[in-house]
Design a protein around this ligand. Structure first.
Ligand code: DAK
Length: 258
């Protein structure tokens, strides 16, 4: 893969967008590689993913402006769909994904981070949706996910003004969960991922499904969904081992994803 690398460390997978000369901007080739890498993740073996960008300056500086600059209306819509399908695939993967935002997360970069379950960032990170300054709308889900994450008022301010925000402001408005010195970001991401990976995988997956799908439902339906996913954990080896370990006052030997 030319533009996206994938490695595993134990039960944690690390996807790195690797086009540092263009600050990891997303062109069609990067999107194709990303799609193939996501398709190749063995979600039975890997229990948590980290998504990051190569280099120390940028996570993803957006969709590739050069490539977009000559698109027709139809091509623009097709490019939007290409990105959206991949971002949605990431969002609906059964396992959690942590975005380790190591610098610029602009436009499509901010949008891909918002397709992840959790965002943490380095202290040099910059977030923004600069699209209206380029004559377009956010096209990879930005209008939808930003409003859901930080509320419509703040999302509208960021999108209409196209003003970038620094890591401390991203933390204050809840766009990221934590800020780390650049040199500590990946260790923090790996530590969080390992903490997730050691928990019962079926339960973690069901929590992801309950939260993601429940947010699109009214409360009665959402609670019903939670009941089903709660029930689904029972009779599993991991539920029995988890509860038995508590009752026997010992540590869980291992959760086996069954
Ligand atoms: N696209 C292409 N190349 C980019 C890029 C981008 N988004 N961002 C940076 N680069 C390239 C630069 O052109 C430069 O290349 P060379 O000139 O060296 O060949 C190299 O990366 C280094 O960038 P700079 O020299 O500019 O580095 P600086 O440190 O001076 O500035 C910066 C860093 C991040 C502030 C600056 O590069 C910048 O402003 N970049 C653009 C950020 C941006 O506006 N991003 C949002 C892009 S718009 C849609 C689908 C998707 C989208 C919208 C609609 N539909 C189809 C509906 C998404 C839109 C976006 O993401």
């Amino acid at each position: 893969m030319e533009f996206v690398t994938y490695e595993t460390e134990g039960q944690v997978g690390i996807i790195t967008i690797n086009r540092p000369k263009a600050l990891n901007a997303l062109n069609s080739a990067v999107l194709n590689d990303l799609n193939a890498v996501i398709d190749g993740v063995d979600t039975n073996e890997v229990r948590c993913l980290i998504l990051t960008g190569a280099g120390e300056k940028s996570f993803v500086a957006g969709a590739d402006i050069g490539e977009m600059s000559t698109l027709t209306k139809e091509e623009g819509e097709a490019f939007g769909k290409k990105g959206n399908d991949i971002f949605r695939k990431l969002e609906t993967l059964p396992i959690p994904v942590i975005a380790a935002v190591n610098g610029f997360a602009l436009g499509g970069g901010c949008e891909i981070s918002m397709s992840c379950d959790i965002r943490i960032c380095s202290d040099n990170a910059v977030f923004g949706q600069p699209e209206v300054g380029l004559g377009i709308t956010p096209g990879f889900g930005g209008t939808q996910r930003l409003a859901r994450l930080v509320g419509p008022g703040m999302a509208k301010q960021m999108i209409y003004t196209a003003r970038n925000i620094k890591a401390d402001e991203a933390l204050r408005i809840g766009l990221v969960n934590a800020v780390y010195p650049q040199t500590e970001l990946m260790d923090a991401a790996k530590k969080m991922a390992a903490g997730i990976a050691k928990n019962a995988p079926i339960a973690v997956r069901n929590c992801k499904k309950a939260i993601n799908e429940g947010l699109d439902l009214d409360m009665d339906k959402a609670i019903e969904l939670e009941e089903k996913l709660f029930g689904d954990c029972f009779e599993s080896y991991d539920q029995q081992e988890g509860m038995k370990a508590f009752l026997e006052k010992r540590k869980v030997e291992a959760f086996l994803n069954k």
